[in-house]
Design a protein around this ligand. Structure first.
Ligand SMILES: *Cc1c(COP(=O)(O)O)cnc(C)c1O
Length: 347
């Protein structure tokens, strides 16, 4: 029999990120601060230290230690992945039970659905409704039918956060494995990362791609108790994180003051972007969501046209149906975005 592409894969297409040939790139929630130029000496030395002929440390020991110091965690409870994206894929493909069901929200990070489809998992999709908030009581009820519950907190794309007490109420009210993707938690304060080991059904995912500004390196960190950590370390491919990423990651994560400074600057940028949007008077703007992330979500009539207009002015944002997601940029980038956005609304 000739090879046939499985039915569930036939509609898939290569992932197309927004093109990056714009003056101002506010489409992917990256940090506007580049560690490579701020910490040149340190990053250069880290690259130089790598022995290119040797395999990397499969356990990422030094990187885990640096991450643990930065966030006051036990390094034994950390697993490093090639971006948190890799761990999301592993959880859905390998860690979810055979024929398992995955509970996903809509809207939420699109990769959860993508991997559920890719690995032929049954997905229960819970609609967030018009307020776009997560309803924990509804989740507890729906989770009775699920083996894995996965969601981002704070959420991409809604920018909203679920309180820590509510997340923990979900974790202790369900038998399902709960995966809390805290990619944006540096910009909020409701993390459950430091208590993850107290639960045997909780994995917290973190990333170096957003607050820490190392998206290019692909570094994700999973935090969990002993049993789940051992499992994640056992199912990942041995040399998943390359040595250059480990070395630079370790060097940057050791710079606590630098990272805290980055987080502070990004939060200030986010707050000023939000304030500037809130004072815009236009009937087309229906709601600006108060963000707990490094981006702002706008609900606007004719969102698609507005995104196209911005692109025409050299500014790339993320259009999502009736919504526009704008990453907080440098003060100059925010100012350019705001004036372009206002001009388009007045047209
Ligand atoms: C950006 C993002 C990530 C980060 O993924 P990496 O693979 O670590 O770069 C994970 N989850 C959410 C919700 C995100 O928005």
């Amino acid at each position: 029999m000739p090879y046939e592409i499985p039915q569930r894969l036939r509609s898939l297409e290569p992932y197309k990120p927004s093109p990056n040939d714009y003056d101002i790139i506010l489409n992917a929630n990256e940090s506007f601060i580049d560690a490579g130029s701020r910490l040149q000496g340190l990053v250069g030395a880290a690259v130089k230290s790598v022995k290119l002929n040797r395999y990397p440390d499969p356990m990422c020991t030094r990187l885990r230690e640096a991450y643990a110091r930065l966030y006051s965690l036990d390094p034994e409870r950390l697993t490093v992945s090639n971006g948190s994206d890799e761990m999301i894929a592993l959880i859905i493909s390998a860690i979810a039970p055979d024929n398992g069901t995955v509970l996903i929200y809509e809207p939420d990070f699109s990769m959860y659905r993508f991997y559920a489809q890719l690995y032929g998992r049954k997905a229960i999709v819970v609609d967030k409704g018009p307020g776009l908030a997560v309803d924990i009581d509804l989740t507890i009820e729906q989770a009775r039918r699920a083996d894995v519950v996965i969601f981002s907190n704070p959420c991409n794309p809604t920018s909203l956060v679920v309180e820590r007490s509510e997340v923990l109420r979900l974790v202790s009210s369900t038998d399902a494995l709960v995966v809390v993707d805290e990619a944006y938690m540096e910009f909020s304060d409701q993390s459950v990362m430091n208590v993850a080991h107290e639960y045997d059904n909780l994995i917290v995912l973190r990333t170096c791609s957003k607050a820490i500004g190392l998206a290019a390196l692909r570094l994700g960190v999973a935090v969990a108790g002993k049993r789940l950590t051992r499992l994640m370390q056992s199912v990942k491919s041995p040399f998943n994180v390359n040595a250059v990423s480990q070395a630079i990651g370790e060097a940057v994560l050791s710079q606590g003051d630098y990272i805290r400074g980055c987080v502070k600057a990004i939060i200030e940028s986010r707050d000023s972007l939000y304030s500037a949007l809130c004072v815009i008077k236009s009937e087309r703007v229906r709601r600006i969501f108060r963000p707990d992330t490094n981006f702002v979500l706008i609900w606007a009539d004719g969102a698609r046209g507005l995104c196209e207009g911005l692109a025409g002015m050299g500014i790339s944002v993320r259009g999502l149906g009736d919504y526009i997601r704008v990453t907080a940029g440098s003060p100059e980038e925010n100012a350019r975005f705001i004036s372009a956005f206002k001009a388009l609304l007045e047209e």
